[in-house]
Design a protein around this ligand. Sequence first.
Ligand code: DOR
Ligand code: ZN
Length: 356
Amino acid sequence: MTQPIKELTLLQPDDWHIHLRDDAALATTVPHAATSFNRVICMPNLVPPVKNADDARAYRERIMQQLATSDISAARKATFDPRMTLYMTDHTSVQDIEIAAKSGIVQAVKLYPAGATTNSADGVTDILACADVFAAMEKYNLPLLLHGEVTHAHVDIFDREKRFLDEVLGKIIASFPTLKIVLEHITTSDAADFVLAQGNRIGATITPQHMMLNRNDMLLGGIKPHMYCLPILKRATHQQALLAVATSGSPKFFLGTDSAPHATDKKEAACGCAGCYSSATALPLYATAFDSVGKLDKLEGFTSRFGAEFYGLPVNTNTVTLINTPMQIPTHYPYFNGSTLTPLMAGETLPWSIKD
Ligand code: DOR
Ligand code: ZN
């Protein structure tokens, strides 16, 4: 009988989808992200959004200023590398893309269908009308990161991702044959199958919550607002399909936490915000998920190799060690202006932790 794994050393992971927010929020989010990740792809849905290379440069500067004053090790500070994205609007121009590509500071372009989620009011209203911008991204090899949900009011919230695949994504892929696309935070077996059926220029990120939880966890025995995110958790069969592809060793699926902080009182409200905060405990969460199906040997590809390969970047050379010692997820963290942040699965005990 093989012995259970006690320690697991991985190449340092990257987070290919994170929300750090801005200003005072950075004092919490930046050290949490920098403790676990080297590169992080920073979502641009600030208020106002990050719309051009100048906005992206200024935002990165604010993150780096926060990093400098954060109480984390010099080694973690040295390798933390926030990568910027542009927020695509109806007014994004070919020139915006060209300048962004040449700036060396913008890693990708994020498309939110208008109204799909938090701070998406400036998002794109007619995706199929964006041909010239997609063509420019294709020309300059800037990947398109998609929040893949249709937003028509009459479409059921649980069907929005599948409808996006059927009605929008297939058309974009066919029209722009070399455009790199990441379908972000996939939530269904339909999305997993769709991505598997495409060539290597189409990838997907998977969050901890979508591989560990389903809508029963969120809705049975009382509503759990800290499990509410968009795209919303789906039924258990979808959760199982996501865990299966994430742990399959397919390079098309890689780590993107979608860690999305909202103060506790904004989540525990009559109209609560969408987003799960997982950044500080993401590695133990993913390790627990992979371990649950006996696939810890597939963890490093997902956390530390496939995303870099997709973006055409070198894999990291430093490492992190996970240890099979239980840890309790904090019930909350301090956030700005005296508020708190409640993380995903707050107060629960995970079998894996990060070795100091
Ligand atoms: O749940 C979510 N929260 N989904 C998103 O797409 C955005 C995010 C946020 O910014 O809070
Ligand atoms: Zn997100």
